[in-house]
Ligand binder design. Structure first.
Ligand code: SF4
Ligand code: SF4
Ligand code: FES
Length: 280
């Protein structure tokens, strides 16, 4: 039976030494203890509670919150569903910025400072990280729904230009996370919930108004009931949208232009009425 001979020279070469040091450094980067300040409390009252949590490379903020919930704070309330940036449930304010917890990597946040996690401020607080966003669903119901024209062909189908279809596709990416509503100063700071529908629903109204088959006219409501005039195009909503919808440039500004055309440009209004009648 043959035996494997021991290596003649066991001294590490410069390359081996570098690799070992690098591996040790990589291992310590993969495992670290981070500090978290999480808002705890109910119905608008509460305080930040500090937690230390071991984290590993690749974790997102929602992972850390789940670890803390599992090991240190079983009663911590947090809303989430998909953990894939698609359900819009895990919205919160992370280090003061409206973000999805499941799409915010810990490695993108300053490791020297605690990660601050608090509920969205524009909506009534329920408990810990959970807010009551039901106002948004009531707003949606107040917007005139899709009203298609009669079919273009006897088989009940329609004909549309691809460019017209493409124009509204961007708006359909919305996941209703309401981060844009949270950051909008008209709702957040001025509390105009009774007079202004907010950027999410201006996107929704734009998707309907620009739909090539739709025949309804939502422009008077946008001006009078939905408060589009409150928006002063600060673009904060566009900056926080996780779906990168160009809320202000592609939805709000064209809707504002329609309000101007309808209420302050009588010739343009007549042309619009005439072309709509021809379609019907
Ligand atoms: S651009 Fe308008 S809707 Fe968007 S955050 Fe600013 S004020 Fe609100
Ligand atoms: S428009 Fe963007 S930020 Fe606003 S609710 Fe939809 S996905 Fe969220
Ligand atoms: S859990 Fe669904 S978007 Fe974050």
């Amino acid at each position: 039976m043959s035996t494997i001979p021991a290596p003649a020279n066991t001294t590490l070469t410069a390359t081996d030494a570098y690799t070992a040091a690098q591996a040790e450094q990589d291992a310590s980067a993969r495992h670290a203890t981070r500090s978290f300040r999480i808002w705890r409390g109910a119905e608008g009252t509460g305080e930040f509670v500090e937690y230390k949590q071991d984290v590993v490379e690749g974790m997102v903020v929602l992972d850390a919150v789940h670890e803390i919930q599992a090991t240190q704070a079983n009663d911590l309330a947090v809303r989430w569903n998909c953990k894939a940036g698609k359900c819009g449930s895990c919205s919160a304010e992370i280090n003061g910025n409206p973000k999805l917890m499941c799409m915010t990597r810990l490695s993108d946040l300053d490791a020297e400072k605690p990660v601050t996690i608090e509920p969205m401020r524009a909506f009534p607080h329920v408990r810990d990280l959970v807010t009551d966003v039901s106002w948004n669903y009531r707003v949606k119901q107040s917007i005139q729904p899709f009203t298609p024209r009669a079919p273009d062909a006897p088989d009940g189908t329609w004909r549309m230009q691809q460019a017209d279809v493409d124009r509204v596709q961007e708006f359909r990416k919305c996941i209703e996370c309401f981060l844009c509503q949270d950051v909008c100063h008209v709702l957040r700071d001025h509390h105009k919930q009774d007079e202004f529908i907010g950027p999410r629903f201006l996107v929704y109204a734009a998707a309907l108004e620009m739909h090539p088959l739709d025949t309804a006219d939502r422009v008077p409501a946008l001006r009078h009931e939905h408060g589009i005039g409150f928006c002063n195009i600060t673009k904060c909503c566009t900056k926080v949208c996780p779906e990168h919808i160009t809320i202000t440039d592609n939805a709000i500004i064209p809707l504002k232009e329609r309000v101007v055309d309808e209420f302050f440009d009588p010739i343009g209004k007549l042309v619009k009425i005439f072309s709509r009648r021809k379609q019907e």
